[in-house]
Design a protein around this ligand. Structure first.
Ligand SMILES: [Zn+2]
Length: 116
């Protein structure tokens, strides 16, 4: 978490109480509990990532599931999810051991695409 200067990688929210370390690949799928298999995310983006509402490709671009993009709702949906679609991650740690693993990201993104 320190690698991300305690901010959500998607929205840069900086309140530690609202942040999690999201796994890119679950432990069972070969993902290890190491920094390169994690992304710091706020509670909303962590839950959205885990439920394949939000995906991150290997170039760190954020994708929001198509049906979610079509909904009309309040500010959390609009600003929190829809407006992140197509952006790149705001917070990415520097250094080869800290960067999110590209193969992990790619494998996880495949899962996002097949789930959508
Ligand atoms: Zn966030």
């Amino acid at each position: 978490m320190v690698a991300y200067t305690t901010k959500c990688s998607v929205c840069s929210l900086g309140y530690a109480q609202l942040l999690d370390a999201a796994h890119i690949l679950e432990d069972a799928r070969g993902g290890l509990a190491e920094i390169s298999n994690g992304l710091a995310m706020c509670k909303l983006h962590h839950a959205a990532y885990d439920s394949n509402i939000l995906g991150v490709d290997q170039d760190h671009r954020i994708h929001v599931r198509e049906d979610i993009l079509q909904h009309v709702d309040g500010p959390m949906l609009r600003h929190g999810l829809q407006e992140e679609h197509g952006r790149k991650l705001r917070i990415i740690p520097k250094g080869p051991k800290l960067m999110p693993n590209q193969e992990h990201l790619a494998a996880r993104f495949e899962k996002f695409l097949s789930a959508g």
